[in-house]
Design a protein around this ligand. Structure first.
Ligand SMILES: [Zn+2]
Length: 243
């Protein structure tokens, strides 16, 4: 069992980045063009964000289609996203501007719960809006958090499984860390058993059988090995078909 490091309460500050075979290129200068307003949330509680239109389109195929496709005028400078959570969009917005994934806001009961919840929400947002580079960044941030703290919040499995499909990268990731390093005894003792999605548990069993591993033998070794192959196993890339 790893000794928890003193928490900085901020995943973004962890230094050692995960090796990536296809690191994303910096966006070209021309994406910093017109600033548009993106209003996020229901009609009576909208939060407004000012964003470079080109930057938004560069990092999301979904918004690119929405703003440059045939349904909208090319000159549109206002967007309302009714069904998106403003706190989740804030994580994306901050990342767009800084390259940093930050989960410091939110009101979950513990730091671990807040980070896992925010990360899963950000991941589902990225997946739906086809923001691959952000999606990989969210996965990386969660891996770095887990590598340092060895804390997983199994209550997110329901949301994750309800919003992703089989063989999804985040599903594979949590199944792999759970099969390799999670103490299910501890999960059970803390009342987490009922919070685990059944399909997730089944995936963990399948993964354990396929890899002929004994779960939770040595979290450090397991994670070090995972880090080496992280890009190959969990990153996804748009257009090129690399996964
Ligand atoms: Zn990669």
């Amino acid at each position: 069992m790893a000794t928890p490091a003193p928490s900085t309460d901020d995943v973004a500050q962890i230094p050692e980045p995960i090796p990536c075979a296809y690191p994303p290129a910096k966006p070209p200068a021309h994406v910093y063009d017109t600033i548009i307003t993106v209003a996020v949330g229901p009609d009576d509680a909208k939060k407004k964000f000012e964003i470079y239109r080109g930057l938004l389109c560069h990092f999301s195929s979904y918004f690119d289609r929405m703003l440059n496709g045939s349904f909208r005028e090319a000159g549109s400078t206002y967007l309302h996203l009714k069904d998106v959570d403003a706190a989740t969009f804030q994580v994306f917005y901050y990342w767009l501007n800084s390259g940093v994934v930050d989960y410091t806001s939110g009101d979950a009961s513990t730091t671990a719960a807040r980070i896992w919840q925010n990360a899963i929400d950000a991941y589902i947002f990225a997946d739906f809006h086809q923001a691959q580079v952000f999606k990989n960044a969210v996965l990386d941030s969660l891996y770095l958090y887990y590598e340092k703290n060895n804390l997983m919040c199994v209550s997110i499995t329901g949301t994750l499984y309800a919003n992703t499909v089989a063989h999804d990268a985040m599903r594979n990731f949590i199944v792999c860390i759970a099969a390799g390093t999670l103490s299910f005894k501890s999960v059970q003792m803390h009342g987490g058993a009922e919070l685990c999605e059944k399909a997730f548990l089944f995936d963990v069993i399948l993964a354990s059988q396929e890899r002929i591993l004994v779960p939770a033998v040595d979290a450090g070794l397991w994670l070090a090995d995972m880090r080496k192959n992280f890009c190959e196993h969990y990153h996804t890339y748009k257009k090129t078909g690399i996964s």
